[in-house]
Ligand binder design. Structure first.
Ligand code: 5AD
Ligand code: SF4
Length: 433
């Protein structure tokens, strides 16, 4: 009988892909089978995020529950960004944890598994050319890493400390992985990296000069590949070549994530983001001029230290001007080992909450208005998921989530769908062709 593996994944898409990589190694090399109930597992992994404080405190309460209710003899491993950053301390605080594996050491999962109390968190470890076994949560879409680490120094962000320096993965490896995924039925490839449009700055070994636009051109030649998505580009690296490739390449989906973080040039400077409000708006203008149908999403932090009412107003102003299709918004959370942790001009908690509420209600207003314009329109949808009450859901090219009545026959298929009713996060329609 195979051993059972339960894995819980917090955080971003990079973390989800790391979990897939660990499942691949454990199923292929160690004979595990992934299951969804931790009480039956022989190995429990929690793949953590440390970008804000909340998920970190949640970790220890969850570990306590796992330990209490797990099968006798089951092992517990803590992986991911919080593992990188807390290391040994995790075993000190939760001595029943069997091993700790950092976000940049994922390929060592099969080693730490056999070393009790192992702490493997080397931030300089280079696994950019490691050949992981194959595992994908979805047969219809493949997530592929194009780089590891992050070279930026945003003053609020812990990621460079948990994932280390940025190294691009050789394009031949990316293309081979994409071809394999397409051969096994995936029609959509989702490229992942902390700053995807910084691709090609540094490789582990000798490599010809290839930037992100060139990588996109090469990948889009793969026959049978229909859609190419990526996250996240950095506004600072959105040069004209990148925007023009994005707009003119028919395989690239027309949805762009542009993490604004703040609309105030002063705050952006304090965050060390490398661009101004004007630059961001100029890039949006260029993008919309080249690609009018593009949908744009963003991340915004409110109440960064020193953010005045006027600075916050700048964030709202950018929202009104750009009219983002989707916003991920966060209250600033001081993180250890970051520059901003030492900033003393912090914003009152109450002001922070009010700003978050104001920003989110403006966003709701804008998104409702945008969604209303979709009624009666027809979108090409790629169906990926069965959802309850006999609905199947998928995404339009510009990333609108759409559901129709239907069965698994639609999964992995493209259809034209006419929108018949509007919800806030999902639109409903009927297949017309
Ligand atoms: N506090 C609040 N939000 C943060 N993010 C990153 N670091 C912090 C922090 N210290 C947000 C950013 C980033 C997203 C993944 O999380 O908006 O784009
Ligand atoms: Fe992803 Fe950042 Fe969270 Fe790490 S800290 S899981 S890179 S969001």
């Amino acid at each position: 009988m195979s051993k059972k593996l339960f894995i819980e994944t917090l955080g971003c898409a990079m973390n989800s892909r790391d979990s897939e990589h660990m499942i691949a190694q454990l199923t292929e090399k160690e004979g595990y089978e992934a299951i969804s109930d931790f009480r039956e597992a022989d190995l429990i992994l929690i793949n953590t995020c440390s970008v804000r404080e909340k998920p970190v405190s949640k970790l220890f309460s969850e570990l306590g529950i796992f330990n209490k209710k797990k099968k006798p003899g089951a092992k517990i491993g803590v992986c991911g960004c919080t593992a990188s950053h807390l290391g040994e301390e995790i075993i000190k605080r939760a001595p029943y944890v069997n091993f700790v594996l950092g976000a940049r050491n994922v390929s060592k999962i099969t080693e730490v598994l056999h070393k009790d109390k192992a702490v493997e968190i080397d931030i300089n470890y280079d696994e950019s050319e490691f050949a992981f076994d194959d595992f994908r949560t979805s047969p219809y879409k493949a997530f592929i890493n194009i780089s590891i680490g992050c070279d930026k120094a945003c003053t609020y962000c812990i990621v460079p400390k948990t994932r280390g320096d940025e190294i691009s993965i050789p394009d031949a490896l990316i293309i081979r992985e994409a071809e394999r995924a397409v051969d096994s039925g995936a029609k959509e490839i989702f490229l992942l990296g902390q700053n995807v449009n910084n691709y090609g700055r540094r490789f582990s070994g000798e490599h010809e000069k290839v930037n992100f636009s060139e990588l996109l051109r090469r990948l889009s030649k793969i026959e049978g590949l229909e859609r190419l998505r990526f996250t996240s580009p950095h506004p600072f690296h959105m040069d004209d070549e990148f925007i023009e490739e994005f707009a003119s390449n028919p395989k690239i989906c027309k949805s762009m994530h542009m993490p604004l973080q703040s609309g105030s040039t002063k705050v952006l400077k304090d965050m060390k983001r490398g661009y101004s409000k004007e630059w961001f708006l100029n890039r949006v203008e260029k993008l919309r001029a080249e690609c009018p149908q593009v949908s744009i999403s963003t991340d915004i932090i409110v109440a960064f230290p020193g953010e005045s009412d006027e600075d916050f107003e700048d964030s709202l102003d950018v929202m009104r001007q750009v009219r983002f299709n989707q916003i991920f918004s966060f209250k600033y959370s001081a993180r250890p080992e970051t520059e901003a942790e030492h900033f003393t001009n912090t914003v009152d908690e109450e002001v922070a909450s009010d700003r978050l509420t104001a920003l989110q209600s403006l966003n709701t207003e804008i998104v409702d208005e945008i969604n209303a314009t979709s009624l009666g329109k027809t979108y090409r949808v790629y169906f990926e998921e069965l959802i309850k009450d006999y609905f199947v859901s998928g995404r339009s090219d510009n990333n609108i989530v759409i559901k129709v009545k239907g069965s698994d026959e639609l999964l992995g298929e493209f259809r034209d769908v006419k929108i018949t009713s509007i919800g806030r996060t999902i639109l409903t329609g009927e297949v017309v062709a």
